[in-house]
Design a protein around this ligand. Structure first.
Ligand code: GDP
Length: 455
């Protein structure tokens, strides 16, 4: 996602390299390139218009800064604007004072609602909640079964009508007679109260295209259950259609938040960048794969730095925190900030991270990794073992201070790890680059000098 936008923005900024002061013509030129990049990424026209006008205005008024050169100032402005259109602050779920909190999911068929229900269930459970998933999608033959499957994977309770017998609901307390999805949803809440589930997630039916019946059904469920949150799930890959779909759901059902799904796809991602501005509703979660753990709270600032290839060190550290203890993680973060992050720390983080699944995805979050995109795409998870072997073949002194790794040490390390000297060279070089960028990132409060742009 955003690969081509990322490339285009980088090349727009390149034109500013080495400029002492930006003339109006420079600003117009870079603004034009950014505009085309956004439009090509399928960002909605009115959103682009406002974006560009803000960038121009702020770039013209930018004060001469000690800390940032003109190119970096423009990048900072673009970063700020991206954060703004993505919603600014991170918006979290609002839990009801009197449980259960009711979360209703709405969206087109195939948007990823059922999958999301499982993801939310898993996530809520990990946070100490006791969620219940409700199958109120009685339209699609397989939807009920599918929800049961994801519920089981997530280890959470599913409230569902019996297969082939819509109109009856199976609960822990036996089979109750009910009418329609609205009734299923209503009964689920009663059941959640009785069984002390504190969050109810209602999966609703979608259609392939917007239609009046779909909207009415969703509205009826909403009116009957008075949800604390209505989450509109949108497939980030649908491009230009995103805006119309979002507007239709806003009018037809209304929603309190947006979930972007399929952000892992290689589409242009305009939906992600437009939906907040067009609907005025915050993006609350992002889904990045079919598996239940491929899902996260949406942070506008982190997404903006990912688009600008400033990496996403915060997410990386947070992911590591899930498997490292908090103390270790805090120590790592401190070392990054202080510039004393070593290969030994790197190895420790990598070992922690490799317990968490795709290393390629993790590496993609490192600043400056955008330029290694092709390598990352071909990245073999086995390379991790190689990297680990190389670091393990180093002495503690070498891990702490890679600067001492000269030619003969490199040859020894390569022999010891069963790799080539070129592998060792590559690792050391990349480590220095990453460490430098991570340090700038941590110090600069999220605004590093861009790689290769001086600073
Ligand atoms: P629903 O009709 O809205 O309930 O959509 P589903 O949850 O059934 O999802 C439709 C398809 O998209 C399924 O094949 C899912 O596995 C897939 N899917 C859902 N979320 C994601 C995601 O974030 N990334 C990818 N790649 N696929 C997803």
């Amino acid at each position: 996602m955003f690969d081509s936008l990322q490339d285009r923005l980088q090349s727009a900024f390149k034109g500013l390299r080495g400029k002492g002061k930006l003339s109006d013509a420079d600003i117009d030129a870079v603004a034009r390139e950014i505009r085309v990049a956004l439009l090509d990424a399928d960002v909605a026209v009115p959103v682009v218009r406002e974006f560009i006008s803000n960038v121009k205005e702020r770039a013209r008024g930018a004060e001469v800064s000690q800390a940032l050169n003109p190119a970096q100032q423009v990048i900072k402005i673009v970063n700020d604007e991206l954060v703004r259109i993505l919603g600014g602050e991170t918006r979290r779920i609002r839990f009801a004072k009197n449980p259960p909190t009711v979360i209703m999911l709405a969206g087109l068929q195939g948007a990823g609602k059922t999958t999301l229900a499982g993801k939310l269930g898993r996530w809520l459970k990990a946070q100490g909640h006791s969620p219940m998933l409700v199958a109120a999608d009685l339209q699609r033959p397989n939807a009920v079964t599918q929800l049961k499957v994801v519920g089981e994977q997530a280890g959470v309770t599913v409230f569902a009508p019996e297969a082939g017998n819509v109109g009856a609901v199976q609960t822990t307390s036996g089979t109750q007679s009910v009418g329609d999805p609205v009734q299923v949803a209503r009964d689920a809440i009663t059941e959640a109260k009785r069984t002390l589930h504190d969050v109810v997630v209602i999966d609703t039916a979608g259609r392939l295209a917007i239609d009046a019946d779909l909207m009415k059904q969703a509205r009826d469920i909403r009116d009957a259950t008075q949800p604390d949150e209505v989450l509109f799930v949108i497939d980030a890959m649908i491009g230009q259609d995103a805006v119309g779909t979002a507007e239709a759901f806003l009018e037809g059902v209304d929603f309190t938040g947006v979930v972007l799904s399929k952000l892992d796809g290689d589409a242009r991602g305009g939906a992600a960048l437009s939906v907040r501005s067009v609907t005025g509703r915050p993006i609350m979660f992002a889904s990045t794969g079919e598996k239940l753990d491929e899902f996260d709270v949406f942070h506008p600032d982190r997404m903006a730095s990912r688009i600008l290839d400033m990496g996403d060190v915060m997410t990386l550290i947070e992911q590591a925190e899930k498997v490292m203890d908090a103390e270790q993680a805090a120590a790592a973060a401190e070392k990054v900030a202080g510039g004393s992050f070593t290969l030994a720390d790197f190895l420790q983080q990598m070992e922690a991270l490799s317990k968490m699944g795709s290393m390629t995805k993790m590496l993609g979050m490192l600043p400056g990794m955008g330029q290694f995109k092709d390598q990352l795409a071909n990245f073999d998870e086995k390379d991790i073992d190689k990297i680990k072997a190389i670091i393990r073949s180093m002495t503690p002194a070498e891990r702490d201070n890679p600067k001492i790794i000269d030619g003969s040490r490199r040859a020894r390390i390569a022999r010891g790890s069963g790799t080539q000297v070129s592998d060792v060279n590559q690792l050391v070089t990349r480590f220095f680059e990453a460490a430098k960028m991570m340090q700038r990132m941590a110090k600069g409060g999220g605004m590093p000098g861009m790689p290769g742009m001086g600073g």
